[in-house]
Design a protein around this ligand. Structure first.
Ligand SMILES: [Zn+2]
Length: 162
């Protein structure tokens, strides 16, 4: 299912789960030096008791990053999770807003949950700020070459060889 939307009516009572495969272009992901080409696999574990719904959302993808030490490109295995809490309202009051970031009231005329923005935020917030291709990356390899040698030393070398 290529979508970021979940129908509230399709979330079963009790514990359930489903998986969404989202194209990175659908999330409009943008981050400095990062390349988003892999699908974003989103595994959702749902717990529903009547009008109260908790969604535990795990996000997995591969992001092309540039190592901060050796400046090589590498594939970063991104993995993060967050929880969303939704509560349905009986009585159909019209004006209800987000109480907190990850808590929302479902109004009578709301039928879909759109995870797009929340998943995008999660990836952009959790992307490593100092990406490393491996924990012990040694950085840029230094290979001494003649080019790096001060020409005055080369002159000396020539003199010595004479
Ligand atoms: Zn590196």
């Amino acid at each position: 299912m290529f979508s970021t939307r979940v129908a509230i009516s399709e979330i079963n009572e009790g514990a359930d789960g489903f998986e969404l495969t989202i194209r990175p272009e659908d999330l409009k992901l943008e981050y400095k030096d990062a390349i988003f080409e892999s699908p974003v696999i989103t595994i959702v574990e749902s717990h529903r008791t009547g009008l109260e719904i908790t969604l535990i959302v795990s996000v997995e993808t591969t992001i092309g990053l540039v190592c901060a030490r050796c400046l090589e490109k590498f594939d970063f295995p991104f993995r993060s999770a967050f929880e969303l809490h939704l509560k349905g309202l009986k009585g159909g009051q019209r004006v209800v807003d987000f109480v907190e970031e990850d808590f929302a009231f479902i109004e009578k005329d709301m039928g879909l949950i759109d995870l797009e923005e929340r998943i995008r935020d999660e990836i952009i917030l959790e992307i490593p700020k100092i990406p490393l291709c491996k924990d012990n990356c040694a950085g840029i390899e230094y290979t001494p070459s003649d080019e790096a040698v001060d020409p005055r030393w080369l002159k000396l070398k020539e003199l010595k060889q004479k």
